[in-house]
Every structure is written in structure tokens, then in C-alpha cells.
Design a protein around this ligand. Structure first.
Ligand code: 4AD
Ligand code: MG
Length: 464
């Protein structure tokens, strides 16, 4: 298929030889001798470059000089079987047009390998590297697969709001949204900021999760999912936390916790299988460059049954492990990444779904168990990542939900609409949230979450 007068390299590498073709892309490297030049050109459609062979009789010395790493070109020529061993086909150039030069002195992406840390400082250019090309193509494929999975199952995609006035999710600190003059905000009689003068007439923030609105829609449409950006203003500088990340949150009427776990396991296996089936070229590259066990680990997850374990049993295993953890283990503590990874990587050597957490460490909306101590929460724990999914069955009983809210001294005035679903036609329901970038960490084998999002947002970092 021709796109705007060019054929993409992904297409050319599968095409029959003999035709005159046009490619447009960026130079990765140039080598050659006095008669001939070889240009490796990449257009982002695939990890593979196309080799352009230039007879120097057909190009002026002046032009050839401008063909440097990073320059953007149009090449028209014959697609022929390649003489070399690196590629099936190459282009014998008839015509080269230089769209944009890239000065060798100042273009930062010369051929040598760069560290991921350095590439983060030039995030505007790193999509041009093999690594970020691979990551971004996989990111796209996973986003597409997520919509396909749910669409095929009859789930409806719901757009939940990004600006919200409710902060009762308790998932994390929120970023405030305001148009007030920060240097001179209006004050009430008590000297507090008067939000009635603000844009929305009350205090508003960026959402930490679409779940609560998702629940409203599940109690009408049956099975829904959200897939959108979420924001957390925690000062966590770790390789697994972003201040802005994307989350997929399915929410289903008439599902109990077991149905919820079944869906989470099936969903994540589907996504990993999709990557293995559709992104193999990019995965092979990442496997070779960053993580020699990547493909094996992905296949392993598809072919294994996840362990399902009570939080209480998990704590027992950790206590009996004889391990000295940085954060001490006891019933009632929130598990740290080191605990989660011990269970997954050392003890079971496969993904674990941990359920029935102490209610004190989980959100108010989770369904309370009969024991009065635990709630029907479920976290899916993955090798290398720790928590990849967090979810629960929801408390559908109005009285029990209100009792919990009182216990926690929560102010529910901004959440009256959420409580209404428990007053009118309430039913058993469940859902979970998959962190999109955590999924991508797993699928790409990258070890820092800043390297699976094009332009990461973390504390003190909002460049690009
Ligand atoms: O466990 P969390 O906080 O759960 C919720 O937000 C629920 N409302 C989900 C639901 O039941 N609908 O977050 C869900 C997932 C985590 O398991 C993790 O994968 C990811 O979101 N996550 C983050 N990813 C990147 N950076 C952060 N700061 C993240 N915080 C959570
Ligand atoms: Mg969680």
C-alpha cells in the first residue's frame, strides 16, 4: 500500500523485487567507498532498516555529504534482491532528495550506543532509536489489543472524567486544578481559600482513577472498561511510578471476586500472547539488547496458571522464608515490592493473585468479608514488576458501605452520587485496574517505567 507517495519499509521488506519504489525516512548510518555508498534508512514502520545502494556517479559530492546520521531523505529507485547477507532486499537509488539535514557536530544520536539515562535527557529525539521505536510500536500494539479484547467480549469503552471534585478513592495524592490567581487567591471570612470563586465553584483535581464513575456505568451497561490517563502527586521516585500514567479499568456487574480474577488472568495472558504474535521483531531486539530471558518469560506467563493465594497465607510464607526484608513483615502491613517479588520470583516462580487483604490497608469500597477484618481485594503480582493489577469485588450493600465510611471518618458529601448506586438497583459487581506502563515494563523487559512512555512525568520532571 502506498502512503503519500511512499511505501513503508515494513511493506517493502515483504514485497516482490523489480518495481520502482519511493521510501522516506531517517538515515541511521552511511558507509562505502569511492564508487558506492550504502545508506541504512529507517522510517519507524519496523525495527529493520532498508539498505539504499547509491552509485556515486548518480549523486553529487555535495549532496552525499549531507547524507549523515539523522538526516531525512526521500529515495526513489529499484527494489532488488540484496547482494549482502543482512537483508532480503535493498534499493538501488536513482534519485535522492534531502528533506532535512542533521549536522554531524550537534546531532546527539550518532551511531554509537547511548545509555537509557542519556536518552531520557533527549526524549524529543529518542523515538528515533531502535529501542524507543520498538517500545513505542509495542505500546501501540498493546493499546490496540486492549480495545480488541474488550470489544470482542462485548464490553463498552467509557470515557470517565479527567477533572474531578471527588478525592475519596484514596489511591494517592491529587494534583489540584484551579484558575485562581495563586499569588492572590480569594479568601473566605476564616481566611481559607474561597473555592466558590474558582472555575468549577469548588475544589477540583486531576483524577487518580476512573473507577467510581466506571461503577456507575457498569450498573447500567453491564460490562464496561475505561482506558485513560490518571494522575498521582506522590513523591515516589522509583522505577515503577509515574505521576501521569494510563490505566485500564474494567468494571462488571454480576461478577464476584473469582469472576474478577478469572477475567484479569485471561486478559493479561491475551495481551502477552498478542505481543508474542504481533511484535516479534521488536521483542527479539529487546531480548537481545536488554533482557535475554524476555521472550521466555512472556511465553512462560501465557502457559502457566497463576497462583491464587490469601494475603494471610502470603504473610505466613514471607515470615517462614527466613529472609531479612528491608520492610519487616507482619499481618496487617501493606506489602512492599520486595515482598511481592519474593512470593512471585523466589517462592512460586510464577504470577500470584493475592486476595483477602486486611481492610485497614485497602480502599473503602471493597467488599467486606464475614470475618470483619479482611476485604475481597485482589492484587496481581508479576515477576520483575510486583503489583501490576489492583482490584476488588465492590461493597454493594448500602449499610455496610456507610458503616465503613463512618469508621474511616470519611467526608462523603462529594460522593453522594456513588452511594446512590447502592440505594437504587444495587448488585454484586467487581473490577480492577491494570497500570498500562507496568504492563509495558513486563512486555518490553525494560527496567525503568520512564522508558516505556514517550514523555514521562515524574517529580521535578515535566520537560518535553
Ligand atoms: O492499585 P491502584 O491504586 O488501584 C486503583 O486505582 C483502583 N481504582 C483500580 C480498580 O479497581 N479499578 O492502581 C491500579 C494499578 C496498579 O496495580 C499499578 O499497576 C498502576 O495502577 N499504578 C501505577 N502505575 C504507574 N505509576 C503509578 N504511580 C501507579 N500507581 C498505580
Ligand atoms: Mg494497588
Amino acid at each position: 500500500m502506498k502512503t503519500l507517495g511512499r511505501t513503508k519499509i515494513a511493506e517493502l521488506l515483504k514485497s516482490a523485487t523489480g518495481a520502482t519504489v519511493t521510501v522516506k525516512g531517517w538515515v541511521r548510518s552511511k558507509r562505502g567507498n569511492k564508487q558506492i555508498a550504502f545508506i541504512a534508512l529507517n522510517d519507524g514502520s519496523t525495527i529493520h532498516n532498508i539498505q539504499v545502494v547509491v552509485d556515486l556517479a548518480k549523486i553529487s559530492e555535495e549532496e552525499l555529504k549531507q547524507v549523515t546520521t539523522g538526516a531525512c531523505l526521500r529515495v526513489t529507485g529499484q527494489l532488488v534482491a540484496s547482494q549482502g547477507s543482512g537483508q532480503p532486499v535493498e534499493i538501488q537509488a536513482d534519485e535522492i532528495e534531502i528533506y532535512g539535514v542533521a549536522d554531524t557536530e550537534s546531532y546527539p544520536l550518532q551511531k554509537k550506543g547511548h545509555t537509557l539515562e542519556f536518552l531520557r535527557e533527549i526524549a524529543h529525539l529518542r523515538p528515533r532509536t531502535n529501542t524507543f521505536g520498538a517500545v513505542l510500536r509495542i505500546r501501540h500494539a498493546m493499546a490496540f489489543a486492549i480495545h480488541k479484547y474488550f470489544n470482542d467480549k462485548g464490553f463498552f469503552y467509557i470515557h470517565t472524567p479527567i477533572i474531578t471534585a471527588s478525592d475519596a478513592e484514596g489511591a494517592g495524592a491529587m494534583f489540584q486544578v484551579s484558575t485562581l490567581d495563586m499569588n492572590n487567591p480569594p479568601k473566605d471570612e476564616k481566611g481559607a481559600i474561597d473555592y466558590s470563586k474558582d472555575f468549577f465553584g469548588k475544589q477540583a483535581s486531576l483524577t487518580v482513577s476512573g473507577q467510581l464513575e466506571g461503577e456507575l456505568c457498569a450498573m447500567a451497561l453491564g460490562e464496561i472498561y475505561t482506558f485513560g490517563p490518571t494522575f498521582r502527586a506522590e513523591n515516589s521516585n522509583t522505577p515503577r511510578h509515574l505521576a501521569e500514567f494510563w490505566m485500564i479499568e474494567p468494571e462488571m456487574a454480576f461478577y464476584d471476586i473469582t469472576d474478577n480474577m478469572d477475567l484479569a488472568e485471561d486478559f493479561i495472558k491475551y495481551l502477552v500472547r498478542y505481543a508474542l504474535e504481533h511484535c516479534m521483531d521488536d521483542l527479539k531486539f529487546l531480548n537481545e539488547m536488554y533482557d535475554k530471558e524476555l521472550i521466555e518469560r512472556l511465553q512462560g506467563v501465557c502457559n502457566t496458571e497463576f497462583v491464587r493465594l490469601d494475603y494471610t497465607e502470603g504473610i505466613d510464607i514471607l515470615l517462614k522464608s527466613g529472609r531479612k526484608f528491608e520492610f519487616p513483615v507482619a499481618w496487617g502491613v501493606d506489602l512492599q515490592s520486595e515482598h511481592e517479588r519474593y512470593l512471585v520470583e523466589q517462592h512460586f516462580k510464577k504470577p500470584v493473585i493475592l486476595t483477602n487483604y486486611p481492610k485497614a490497608i485497602k480502599a473503602f469500597y471493597m467488599k467486606q468479608n464475614e470475618d470483619g477484618k479482611t476485604v475481597r481485594a485482589m492484587d496481581v503480582l508479576f515477576p520483575k514488576i510486583g503489583e501490576i493489577i489492583g482490584g476488588s469485588q465492590r461493597e454493594e450493600n448500602f449499610e455496610k458501605l456507610m458503616a465503613r465510611i463512618k469508621e474511616d471518618n470519611m467526608d462523603m458529601t462529594t460522593l453522594w452520587w456513588y452511594l446512590d448506586t447502592r440505594r437504587f438497583g444495587s448488585a454484586e459487581h467487581s473490577g480492577f485496574g491494570l497500570g498500562f506502563e507496568r504492563l509495558l515494563l513486563f512486555v518490553t523487559g525494560m527496567s525503568n517505567i520512564r522508558d516505556v512512555v514517550p514523555f514521562p512525568r515524574t517529580p521535578k520532571n515535566v520537560e518535553f
